[in-house]
Each structure stands twice: as structure tokens, then as C-alpha cells.
Design a protein around this ligand. Structure first.
Ligand SMILES: Nc1nc2c(c(=O)[nH]1)N[C@H]1C(S)=C(S)[C@@H](COP(=O)(O)O)O[C@H]1N2
Ligand SMILES: [Mo]
Length: 320
């Protein structure tokens, strides 16, 4: 993963930081007076038609956190999406991705395998909610954004994993005609990621369909992407076409490329440096100065039970 230069762009004057409290108050106000999410920010004037009635979804108040919300125009333009290259034009290039219709295959060790359109899936699972999560990239920048979507656990209830299913593998689309990065043969495309089934059941594991009260823009992983807020950002795979339940541990794309740098667990941990840089602090998009990085990105209470007894292995960032 090349170091991704995002620095100082937010010093441009149209990128001002708003607080989460302000965001929510303003949103409630807009709702009361009957104005839709389209007026939430200057960058939100183009909204996609299908399923827009789901947006903005109700806020899940359990996940409100005490950190300033990232400016929407930053979170939606300074994106990592190697399928579309590794520069700041990704967000423009990603508009070529056709996200409707979008079929998702759920297969492997489950009682009810499924091939389903993403919109039907959302309907079947009973809709979406909004959660504000911290999000920490392995390259030591972070953001705090309101995701819309549903908990990954709902998928498990739907397909019913068999007892020998121990892992989930996620896969992004593969289409080099529209995603020029996929013409670079040295990457083992398609992008893949995985979690244990226990991690998938954790309340925080989230499949996002939207951000800032609207459908995901392509560059943030439309129409469906994973969000694992206690893990480094590369685990949160975008534009998912397939979820497979497996007995063997899957190997992610970055892990294939550099196993010592991007291991399977990838839990946010300020005490385990990346081989090439420290993880002790982070720079929040749009905010000057660095803040300390928190163990499990501040979600220790929710996730530490998953890793009891694995501390030494995690220290070495090895699976076994
Ligand atoms: N398919 C795919 N998913 C991906 C990536 C990618 O390049 N391709 N980049 C990852 C990385 S490194 C990060 S930090 C996050 C960035 O998410 P964002 O662009 O919505 O902030 O997406 C992750 N998911
Ligand atoms: Mo990242």
C-alpha cells in the first residue's frame, strides 16, 4: 500500500469541520420541517433515485461518539479504492461503476445459499439504520462518519451458517474494463477480505449502503461495503459481490501482497507499529494536529472478548 497523500488538502477554505452534535441537531431540525437529506451538505445535490425513500435512516443512538464528524466532502473525495487507481481522481473515475442492478452471491457452508439483488436484500432484512463510527486507516489517518446500513449478523440469520463455517470471505467486483487499476496484473484481484464467524456476529460488524444520510457514492464502495470500525480500514472491503462461508481462513488481497504488513487480524493497536511507521497517533481528515490512537479504535469494550488468549499471536500479527 503506497502511502496515500491526503495531507493539508483540508486547509482549503470550503472544508470546514462540523461537529457530530451539530450534524444531528441540524438533521433533526431538517426532518421536523420536512426537508430531506438532500440539503445536508453542499456536496449532496446529486442523489440517486432508487430506494432514496430509505434515506436518511433513523440514527442508532447507541453509537454516537464524542469526536468531530469528518466533513462530507473530504470523506467522499479522499478515498482509497485501488480498483480505480491510487491517486485523488479515484472518486471521479469510480462513477463509471454501474451499481444498479447489483447482484450479491452468498454461498459456501450455509443452509440457505442466496443470489439476490442488493435492494431486495435490504428490503428482506428490514431496512437500514445510521451509525456514527470512528474509522482508522492503517496509514495513520482517520475519519468519523455516519454510515447507513445494517448489521452483518442479519445476513447470518438469513443464510444460517453450518456448524463447520468458521470464516467469512468477501469479494469485490472484477471488471478491468471499467476499473483501470485491475489492469495492473501484480495485484491479486479481485480485492478480498475475511473475518472469523465470531467477528461477523459482533454487534459492530456492519454492511454499509449509505453515508451522510444518503446512498453510498461509488467511491465509498457502493452499493454495499463492509465497515469494521475496530480494524484498520483495508479490512472494510468495498462494492461486495460475494460473501462465502468457509471452514478455512481466507487470505485478503493485501495479506497476499505483504503478509508482514497487512495481517489477517489488523485490529487497531497503537502499541504494535506497522513495520514501516508508528501507529501511536493519527491525523483526522480535515483537522490539524494528531491525536493518540486508541486500542481497538475505541471499541475495546465491544470487541476485546474476541481476542482473549490470542494476545501473543496478535502481537506477532499471525493467525496461528
Ligand atoms: N475493494 C476495495 N475495498 C477497499 C479498498 C480498496 O482499494 N478496494 N481500500 C480499503 C482501504 S485501504 C481503506 S482505508 C478504506 C477506505 O474507505 P473510504 O474510501 O470509504 O474512506 O476502504 C478499504 N476498502
Ligand atoms: Mo487504508
Amino acid at each position: 500500500m503506497a502511502y496515500y497523500k491526503r495531507k493539508k488538502i483540508w486547509k482549503l477554505k470550503d472544508h470546514k469541520v462540523t461537529s457530530e452534535i451539530f450534524y444531528n441537531t441540524r438533521r433533526d431540525f431538517l426532518k421536523k420541517i420536512g426537508v430531506g437529506s438532500i440539503f445536508l451538505s453542499s456536496a449532496s445535490l446529486i442523489s440517486r433515485p432508487a430506494f432514496s425513500s430509505l434515506y436518511p435512516p433513523a440514527v442508532n443512538k447507541s453509537y454516537l461518539i464524542n469526536r468531530p464528524l469528518t466533513v462530507e466532502s473530504l470523506a467522499t473525495t479522499y478515498t482509497n479504492f485501488y480498483e480505480f487507481g491510487s491517486n485523488k481522481n479515484i472518486w471521479r473515475r469510480a462513477s463509471k461503476l454501474k451499481t444498479e442492478p447489483w447482484s450479491i452471491t452468498i454461498d459456501g457452508l450455509v443452509n440457505n445459499p442466496l443470489v439476490i439483488d442488493v435492494n431486495d436484500l435490504i428490503k428482506k432484512l428490514g431496512g437500514i439504520e445510521e451509525r456514527v463510527y470512528r474509522f482508522r486507516c492503517v496509514e495513520a489517518w482517520s475519519m468519523t462518519v455516519p454510515w447507513a446500513g445494517f448489521s452483518l449478523n442479519k445476513i447470518l440469520s438469513l443464510v444460517e451458517p453450518k456448524t463447520n463455517a468458521k470464516f467469512l470471505k468477501f469479494e469485490t467486483f472484477y471488471n478491468p474494463d471499467i476499473a483501470p487499476g485491475q489492469k495492473q496484473q501484480w495485484y491479486p484481484w479481485p480485492y478480498q477480505e475475511g473475518v472469523t464467524i465470531e467477528e461477523a456476529k459482533n454487534e459492530l460488524s456492519f454492511l454499509a449502503t449509505g453515508i451522510y444520510g444518503k446512498q453510498l457514492p461509488n467511491q465509498n464502495g457502493a452499493p454495499l461495503r463492509l465497515v469494521l470500525p475496530w480494524k484498520y480500514g483495508f479490512k472494510s472491503i468495498k462494492s461486495i459481490v460475494k460473501i462465502s462461508f468457509l471452514s478455512e481462513r481466507p487470505i485478503g488481497m493485501w495479506e497476499k501482497l505483504a503478509p508482514k504488513e497487512y495481517g489477517f487480524w489488523a485490529n487497531v493497536n497503537p502499541n504494535i507499529p506497522h513495520p514501516r511507521w508508528s501507529q501511536k497517533t493519527e491525523e483526522q481528515l480535515g483537522i490539524e494536529g494528531r491525536i493518540p490512537t486508541i486500542i481497538y479504535n475505541g471499541y475495546e469494550e465491544q470487541v476485546s472478548y474476541l481476542y482473549k488468549g490470542l494476545e501473543k499471536k496478535l502481537q506477532d500479527n499471525l493467525f496461528r
